[in-house]
Structures are given as C-alpha cells and as structure tokens.
Ligand binder design. Sequence first.
Ligand code: HEC
Length: 203
Amino acid sequence: MKKVFAAVLFSGILIVPFSCAQKEKVSEPDQTEKKVVEIGSQATKKLLQTLKSELIEAMKTGPLNAIDVCSKKALTLTDQVAKEIGKGIEIKRTSLRYRNPANAPDKYEREVLEFFQKLEKEKKPFPKYYIQKVSENGKTYYRFYKPLTVKPICLTCHGKVQDMDPKLQTKLMKLYPGDQAVNYEEGDFRGVVRVSIPEESVK
Ligand code: HEC
C-alpha cells in the first residue's frame, strides 16, 4: 500500500503561509496539523458510525424506510455529532454530485472535491485526509476533509437508476427533484465529510 500522506493546503485569504510559519516556529504547523487530524478524525468516525448504524437499522425494514431515515435524519444527526464533539465544530457531508441541495459544496469544498476527482481520474491513490485553512469574516478555521467511496450498501440508493427499486426511485424523485447522486459504481469517489475546527480549538 502506498504511504498515506496529508495534503495541507491553505485556501481562501492566506493568513500565515505555511513556509513563513515554519520559519517562525518550526514545530507549530506539525502540532496544529496533529490536533486538526485528531479532532477531524474523531468527528468523522463518530458521524460515519452514527449514520451507518442508523442506516443498517433502517434497512432491516426496507430501503423505502431507510430513505426516510436518510432524508429526515442525516442533517440532524450530523449537527448532533458536531455538538457532541464540541469546540465549535461543524460537520457537513458534501459532493460534486449531491442529492440534497443543502449539501452543495461552497467554493473551498469544491476545490477539495475537484482535487479528489482529479486523483480518481488519474487513478492515483487518495490521501487519508486533506486539510485547508480558511479565513472568512474575520474568523479563521481549519477544515478537515475525509474522502468517501461507494460501498456495495450505498448502491441501493446511489447506484444505477435502471437497477433501482421503482418505488424507491419514485420516492427519491419526489424528495429530491434535482438528484445528482445516482449512477455510481462500487469504488467511485462519492464525496467528503468536512469538519470545520475553529483556530482557537487547535492552539
Ligand atoms: C437508504 C438509502 C441510502 C443509502 C443506502 C445511502 N444513502 Fe447516501 N443519501 C441518501 C439520501 C436520502 C441522502 C440525502 C440526505 C439529506 O437530505 O441530507 C443521501 C446523501 C448522501 C451524501 C451527502 C451529499 C448529498 O448527495 O446530498 C453523501 C456523501 C452520501 N449520501 C454518501 C453515501 C454513502 C458513501 C453511502 C454508503 C455507505 C450511502 N450514502 C448510502 C440515501 C442513501
């Protein structure tokens, strides 16, 4: 397996370019990165575990019920997990081909999604995560991104339209008229979990 690396990119209005920060205080970027990864991984893991157990439970009563869980609970559960982690953390799932417009990427997220999409096109391995430093409206925060790929269980609701249960398809079309999150195949890049961490939390 290829060595896992972290891509650290500073986006938005640059506050401290990486190279300058390194000159001023050699250990700082590493320490900060370590904390960002620690909090980001913890939040991502918790969210994915929560969503997975809800999904498995709901699938027992069929995919139609599971859709309800995903559509009614996904966003609430995401906010709930963020609150449990605390420290001003915000979590979001986003994708270039999203189902719910509420999950559409902003410009920083788009940049990262396109980075992963490019790697996928070039058949290059994904890093485990990606970190961005963003400054907006006088607030600086780190964004930790975890790439998600399509697993067999995802295909029920994100797979080929022609293979989909017609009832499920009808329901999805009703709930999400502009749904772009279909026709995926196993192993495809699906999107990311994005964790925002205020700068103060990793100092
Ligand atoms: C039972 C159907 C179902 C299954 C199975 C399912 N999803 Fe989804 N997925 C949905 C629905 C519905 C939404 C929209 C949720 C919302 O309204 O926020 C969604 C949204 C998402 C999003 C947020 C971005 C967007 O498109 O709105 C991601 C990322 C995602 N799913 C990934 C996955 C992955 C990865 C798997 C497999 C591990 C999976 N899903 C399995 C139904 C499903």
